[in-house]
Design a binder for this molecule. Sequence first.
Ligand SMILES: C[S@@+](CC[C@H](N)C(=O)[O-])C[C@H]1O[C@@H](n2cnc3c(N)ncnc32)[C@H](O)[C@@H]1O
Ligand code: SF4
Length: 342
Amino acid sequence: MIGLYIHIPFCKKKCNYCSFYSFVAPAKVQTKYINKLIKDLQKHKKTKFSTLYIGGGTPSLLSEKQLEKLFLAIDKIKKIKTFKESTFESNPESLTINKIKLLKRFGFNRITLGAQSFDNKTLKTIGRLHTSSKISQVFNNLKKHGLTNINLDLMAGCFEDFETFKHSLSQIIKLSPSHISVYGLSVEEGCYFFNKKQFPEESFTLKCLLEAKKQLQKAGYIHYEISNYCKKGKESLHNINYWKNGEYIGLGDGATSYINGTRFQDRFSEKLTGKEKQGENLMLGLRMLTTGTKPIKTFEKEIRELKKLKLIEQKVGKIKLTPKAIFVSNQVFEYFVKPFKD
Ligand SMILES: C[S@@+](CC[C@H](N)C(=O)[O-])C[C@H]1O[C@@H](n2cnc3c(N)ncnc32)[C@H](O)[C@@H]1O
Ligand code: SF4
């Protein structure tokens, strides 16, 4: 299976926490970018893609005209409605009814919407441009127009109190989307919070992530990946392909591709081999909480040590993260990356 990822790096305004490759650009620059994407797409007429993910940045920021041009170009290499899964990433303030209709017309079958919080004060603190009621409005518009397979992103640890986070959780559960991603706020170089030296408190973020797990599982969601919950059968196929180390083509600035064991960007490529490759396979496989992954002999010693620390467990030939390891998974993954522990 091969995934197709298309990166749209534009945003209306940078959020205070965001260090992703995204920026504000005039319409002219956006149009030039789309034209380049369309040219790059044409090189893939023969590639057998299964899933499509248009992410960003903010793809929903593009105008209807720009979106239509891009969708027509994708249709030329493979009809959007024939992808096993086709996801479009969006922000509440820019996903208008007309854009929703366009997405439906081209046959997208999955929408992801960056809610982040249902508290207006928190949304302001983190620099979002939408309000809580806008999230519900767009969510209902999507459903009304037949786009019912929706993911909502939520962030934990956003300089708010526990009750406020719990309020956001209850609101998201009320909306009952088919998929929910919950990310602990991380403040990295390049964002506003980093420059202001405003960092989240790790223990508070962990408390929120554990509460999210408890409430979402109680509401019937399956915790199938470290940051991802879904209703039965609603896992993200495109992302599962990443975690299973499947192949993908990434188009657009900064997007990565992974074909034949080689990971590459426009100007850079690396082929992972031997122990490094096996370590990466283990790390990706361990992200899958329900299925786990097969242990690899090369890391026998590390796996034994992690079992002793009760950070991984083995059941019917597969190893999995233990509940206490899920939100400190980086401690586990350190065992599988260079420089390897002796
Ligand atoms: C690549 S972003 C783009 C999505 C879209 N532009 C939006 O803002 O809704 C995907 C998601 O990553 C999460 N995210 C981005 N920066 C983060 C950070 N510094 N810490 C935690 N989560 C973050 C947010 O939940 C966001 O919705
Ligand atoms: S979180 Fe989304 S909208 Fe905000 S700056 Fe990053 S990519 Fe843009």
